[in-house]
Design a protein around this ligand. Sequence first.
Ligand code: HEC
Ligand code: HEC
Ligand code: HEC
Ligand code: HEC
Length: 261
Amino acid sequence: MKNSSPLARIVALIFVLLAAGLMAVDARNESQSNQNNKEALAEINKMIAGREDEPAEQVFKNIELLKGRKASRLPGMMSALTGLLGVDCAHCHAPREWEKETPAKQTARKHFDMLKVANDQLEIQNPGVTCYTCHRGNPLPQPPPASFRPTDEMLKQSDQDKRPAEEVYKNVQSLRGVPAGRWMIIMTMFTRSLGVDCNHCHVQDRFELDDKPAKQTARKMLRMVSAIAREIYKGPTSINCYTCHRGQPRPVSLPPQALMK
Ligand code: HEC
Ligand code: HEC
Ligand code: HEC
Ligand code: HEC
């Protein structure tokens, strides 16, 4: 994987998504929307019939992600997307105008790029971070619970010490320039987002030490989130530790076993 081309990686990712999405689809109730998705898939399978091995861009009109891959890959990928995000085809497509660009379709392409940035930065391989890591079968990822938000009292206090953190603490590498008053809000956000305590990342009462691997990992995570902000959002992003971690030290890549019947 390390040396493979960017496209090969995206395509490898698509296969993981495929497996995950199909499992999620299986687990959903036989609802009206499922029925609609099935009919739409039957329709595109007809478009492909006899041309399965031709490149996707010859059979379809507006292909970027699947360029150079077999047309027969497309239905599986589309089906996977509906399961991973818990949506209908119509969430991303104008009915019967599959090639037309929509905001959701463009977001989906952008989020494929985001997976690549995240997995490259973390140097992890398939499955790694997938659409499911953040979406968990929902069109929009869940924001942190309201109870995670700093209280007004904490915010008021945090405004008081505006010195850069590196003037106050001993070993600040990633968060240089952050006002010292905000420090404990950030550390509390780390602990709540991962469902751990301070000692998961710190040697008790020696916060400046880097002995715990989790502290180094947290620095890597901070780099990854800034790469996403810079390269994908071109500015501030709503992606935070909670978006992937959801109160657990290790995020989920694929739907749980229970859904994989
Ligand atoms: C989360 C958004 C999303 C969902 C849900 C989704 N698609 Fe897509 N679809 C896309 C994207 C993105 C592309 C472009 C793929 C590429 O660039 O290779 C696409 C492309 C297509 C194309 C090729 C159109 C052309 O001529 O270029 C067809 C056909 C299609 N989708 C059918 C479906 C069907 C059927 C479903 C439901 C089972 C579905 N899609 C669900 C995002 C989605
Ligand atoms: C790191 C977390 C993360 C990952 C991974 C991720 N998304 Fe998203 N997605 C979000 C967030 C946050 C939003 C809300 C809008 C925004 O900030 O872009 C969103 C919104 C969307 C939307 C718009 C939904 C709507 O109803 O407006 C689509 C479509 C989408 N994502 C598709 C995907 C697909 C497809 C994948 C996998 C290729 C994926 N996302 C992976 C975080 C993620
Ligand atoms: C997920 C890991 C993680 C958790 C949990 C965590 N921290 Fe940190 N902490 C870090 C990282 C990473 C740094 C260094 C940041 C940098 O390099 O800019 C740090 C730095 C610090 C520092 C500065 C030490 C110095 O002198 O350099 C203090 C103080 C601190 N944390 C306190 C806490 C407290 C109190 C808690 C619990 C409420 C906590 N941390 C929870 C990761 C964590
Ligand atoms: C895009 C998704 C994503 C985001 C956002 C994210 N993480 Fe992670 N995190 C992961 C994944 C995936 C792993 C597992 C890494 C592995 O397997 O190598 C992980 C692992 C970790 C670990 C190691 C946990 C352990 O087992 O001790 C720490 C610590 C951590 N993350 C901290 C953070 C912090 C702090 C933030 C916010 C600054 C954050 N993460 C944001 C995806 C994410």
